[in-house]
Design a protein around this ligand. Structure first.
Ligand SMILES: NC(=O)c1ccc[n+]([C@@H]2O[C@H](COP(=O)([O-])OP(=O)(O)OC[C@H]3O[C@@H](n4cnc5c(N)ncnc54)[C@H](OP(=O)(O)O)[C@@H]3O)[C@@H](O)[C@H]2O)c1
Length: 313
């Protein structure tokens, strides 16, 4: 199998050949057709708590980053509930000693994958796992239902765009904070756009609130937590998708929580169904060959990607 590997932020991702991984009793081998790039993929290379967790819990050998993938099952263990030929979407999990998804094939447990209907392409599916699961987890946390109000900070990123659409699908109202160039996109998904380049975005969002949920996908250095909390309803919550150590003390408050988007079958099936029903669209900024994964990381690190970058093995 071919993987893209790099042991640090400084050493560029390069393709190497590794022996295929053996299957566990409920594992499947998936030939990867498309890989969704997430900021966590380059954050993992940069050291910090994520890398430490990977060192302690992850597999030995070269660091292969990446979580999201879509592809075709090419081998299934006897106890796996998937079959050769199934088209699937899923996410790898280093805490199960699995290599990442920047690879020509992955080996994962059956329950980490959902089967794709013929109407959902590999490229659409590969955009879904981490951002979609994160968005749905936020909506559950905020108990979002009809007539709820949701403020999305970072509305044009992958998490933001999924949150806007899934909010609309629940009959709730979204306000999306974005730059001028993305305002029309945010409005296309039924949200009110607040342009952060035109002044204090939280002050501009306040008249559209109060909010049952603030999805914070930018970081509290940019949009301070205290100001976000002041926009909440009495039972509202700020879901911190991006967390930094300075935020840890605030987690003691009832109205602040962190969210971890960890793909698994039940949630992936909800996302795939939302796509099939036409409630959730994906937006790909660029498709990039896996051999150029380093360029994809440079783009993602720049923080300006609208929707998703895909890698194609
Ligand atoms: N906790 C979890 O499980 C989890 C899961 C997924 C993602 N994350 C984290 O969440 C963050 C977002 O990830 P992502 O994949 O959605 O997208 P991303 O690639 O980080 O987001 C880029 C988007 O953010 C917009 N943006 C930049 N500065 C902004 C600002 N000040 N206000 C509003 N929007 C701004 C950019 O558009 P403009 O430049 O045009 O504004 C661009 O469209 C990342 O830090 C990621 O690591 C965490």
């Amino acid at each position: 199998m071919i993987v893209a590997t790099s042991c640090s932020a400084e050493e560029p991702l390069t393709l190497v050949e590794l022996p295929s991984e053996p299957l566990g009793s409920r594992d499947v081998r998936v030939a990867v057709r498309a890989i969704g790039v997430n900021p966590v993929d380059w954050k993992m290379r940069s050291g910090g708590p994520l890398r430490l967790a990977h060192r302690i819990l992850g597999p030995r050998g070269p660091l292969v980053v990446g979580v999201d993938f879509a592809g075709e099952v090419v081998e299934a263990a006897e106890r796996a509930d998937l079959r050769v030929g199934d088209r699937v979407v899923g996410g790898t999990d280093f805490s199960r000693k699995q290599l990442g998804s920047y690879a020509s094939e992955v080996v994962v447990r059956d329950e980490q994958c959902a089967v794709l209907p013929a109407s959902v392409s590999f490229e659409v599916a590969a955009c879904l796992p981490v951002p979609g699961v994160t968005a749905l987890t936020c909506l559950e946390l905020g108990r979002v239902r009809e007539a709820s109000r949701v403020l999305v900070l970072g509305a044009s990123g992958a998490v933001g765009l999924a949150t806007l659409q899934l909010t609309r699908a629940r009959g709730a109202r979204a306000v999306g904070v974005c730059s001028t160039r993305n305002a029309a996109l945010v409005e296309r998904y039924g949200a009110i756009a607040v342009d952060y380049t035109k002044g204090d975005a939280l002050a501009a969002a306040a008249p559209h609130g109060p909010y049952d949920l603030v999805v914070h996908a930018v970081g509290t250095a940019t949009y301070p937590l205290r100001a976000c909390r002041s926009l909440l309803t009495r039972r509202g919550v700020v879901a911190l998708v991006v967390i930094r150590p300075a935020d840890y003390p605030a987690l003691a408050h009832r109205d602040v929580a962190t969210v971890l988007g960890r793909p698994h079958r039940a949630v992936l099936e909800q996302l795939v169904s939302a796509v099939a029903r036409g409630e959730l669209e994906t937006l790909v900024e660029e498709k990039i060959p896996l051999a150029e994964a380093e360029r994809a990381h440079a783009m993602s690190r720049g923080g300006r990607v609208v929707g998703k970058l895909l890698l194609i093995p």
